[in-house]
Design a protein around this ligand. Sequence first.
Ligand SMILES: Nc1ncnc2c1ncn2[C@@H]1O[C@H](COP(=O)(O)OP(=O)(O)O)[C@@H](O)[C@H]1O
Ligand SMILES: *[C@@H]1O[C@H](CO)[C@@H](O)[C@H](O)[C@H]1NC(C)=O
Ligand SMILES: *[C@@H]1O[C@H](CO)[C@@H](O)[C@H](O)[C@H]1NC(C)=O
Ligand SMILES: *[C@@H]1O[C@H](CO)[C@@H](O)[C@H](O)[C@H]1NC(C)=O
Ligand SMILES: [Mg+2]
Length: 453
Amino acid sequence: DGACRTSVMLTNGKEEVIKSCVSLPELNAQVFCHSSNNVTKIECCFTDFCNNITLRLSTGKNNIKIWGPVQLTAIIAVPVCLLSLALMVTVFTCHGRQRANTKAKKHSLEEVLPDHTFISSGKSLKDLICDLTTSGSGSGLPLLVQRTIARTIVLQEIVGKGRFGEVWRGKWRGEDVAVKIFSTRDERSWFREAEIYQTVMLRNENILGFIAADNKVDNGTWTQLWLVSDYHEHGSLFDYLNRYTVTLDGVIKLSLSIASGLAHLHMEIVGTQGKPAIAHRDFKSKNILVKSNGTCAIADLGLAVKHDLETNTVDIPLNHRVGTKRYMAPEILDDTINTSIFESFKRADIYSLGLVYWEIARRCSIEGSIHEEYQLPYYDLVPSDPSVEDMRKTVCEQKLRPNIPNQWQSYETLRVMGKVMCECWYANSAARLTALRIKKTVSQLSTQEDMKI
Ligand SMILES: Nc1ncnc2c1ncn2[C@@H]1O[C@H](COP(=O)(O)OP(=O)(O)O)[C@@H](O)[C@H]1O
Ligand SMILES: *[C@@H]1O[C@H](CO)[C@@H](O)[C@H](O)[C@H]1NC(C)=O
Ligand SMILES: *[C@@H]1O[C@H](CO)[C@@H](O)[C@H](O)[C@H]1NC(C)=O
Ligand SMILES: *[C@@H]1O[C@H](CO)[C@@H](O)[C@H](O)[C@H]1NC(C)=O
Ligand SMILES: [Mg+2]
C-alpha cells in the first residue's frame, strides 16, 4: 500500500532495485524486499537496526494442489516461525522502550540505543575524535558511536541550503554540530560524501571535521540521511565575504588555510597509513567554511574523486561534467579534459581556487580605503545562473578572466595574490601552479611586513 517506496541502492558495486515497505510503526522496524528479474522468489528482511532477519518466500507458482503431510507441516511451521520472529522483534523493542519516556518519542531509536550505554557522559566530541586519531584506526568513529551521537542530537535551526537538502545547526551535549540532511532520493550522495570524509588520514584542520553519518527511519515512512560535522558559525566563505571586508592579514590567513586544505586533499601519501590523492571537483566559496579564528575548512566533498594508485584510475564511474558552471575550468567547459589522468582533476580545482582568491582579495580593505563590494567571479561577463555555453564562450573562446585591479600592484600581498591567480587561470592546465606551490608562496607572504610599495 502507500507505505512502500522503491529505491536504487548500490551493493557491492551492483545496482539493485529495492522495494522497501516501512510498516509496523510501533516496532520501528523496516521490511526490505528484494526481487530479481526471476520473480519466483522474493527476499525480505526485517531490520530494526538490532535484528536483521532474512526470509526467503516462494510466491507459490509451483505449489502442488494436493498437500501431503510434509507440505502441511511446512504450511503450519512457516507462519508459526514468522509469528515467533515478529514476537521476538516486538519483545526486543518493548524491552528497550521501558526506560524511555513514551510521550517524548522524537527520535525513533533513542530507546534502543540510550547514549550512556556507549559514550561515557564526560566525553566531548573533541575527546572522541582525539581517541580516534591516537588509536590510529581509520578515519571515522565506530559506526555504533556515530549512530548514537546522531540520534541524540537536537536540531536547532536551518543554516544553509545547497544541492542536496538542508544544513542545520544542532546540539549534542551542549556542543554545536552541523547536520546535513539529505532527502531519501539522494542516498547515493549521502553515502558517497560519508565515504570520502572517512578516507584514512584525511583529517586536517583545513578540511571540515567529520563526526558521524546516520540513516534513521524518522516517522514511519521516511528515512532521514544525516551527515554530522563540526559547526562553524560564520558559515561559508561566500557568506563571510558578503558580510565583512578583510584586512591584508585576513587575506593571507584565509588564502593560506585554503591552500593548506587543498594541498592536503590533493596529496597522495604512500604507505600503510597512506592517503589517496583526492580532487574536490566543486571548489567554490560556498563550499568553504570560515572558522571563528579566520581560517578556513574545505567542505562539501560529495563530488570528490579518489585516485586509485594501483590501477591509476579514479574510484567511481565519472558522470559527465559535474560541479558549478561558473567555477568550471576551461578544459571542462570545452570538454577537452583528459580524464584518464588524475592530475587533470587537481588542475581543474586549482583554476577554481584562483577564482576563490579573487573573491577574497576584492574584499580587502586597507586603512579604510579601497575595497570593492562582494561579487561572484565573472559577475560582469556572464548572466546570473550562466549556462555551460555562456561560460565556454567567455572563458574558452574570448579567453576572458576576472579583472585584476591596478591598485593591487601597490601592496605586496595583493600583488603576489594577483600573480598567483593568473597562474591558476592558464588555459593550459599543465602550466598552472600546484596547491603545494601556492601554499608555500602564500606562507612566505605571511612572514613579511605588509607594506605599501
Ligand atoms: N559545518 C557547517 N557549519 C556551518 N554552516 C555550514 C556547514 N556546512 C554547511 N554549511 C552551510 O550550508 C551550505 C550548504 O552546505 P554544503 O555542504 O555545501 O551542501 P550542498 O552539498 O547541498 O551544497 C554551505 O554553503 C554553508 O553555508
Ligand atoms: C514524514 O516526514 C516527511 C519529511 O519530514 C514528510 O514529508 C512526511 O509527510 C512525514 N510523514 C508522516 C506520516 O508524518
Ligand atoms: C585557528 O584555530 C585552530 C584550532 O581551531 C588552530 O589550530 C590554528 O592554529 C588557529 N590559526 C590561527 C591562524 O590562529
Ligand atoms: C590522455 O592521457 C593518456 C595518458 O597520458 C594518453 O595515453 C591519451 O592519449 C590521452 N587522451 C587524450 C584524448 O588526449
Ligand atoms: Mg555545496
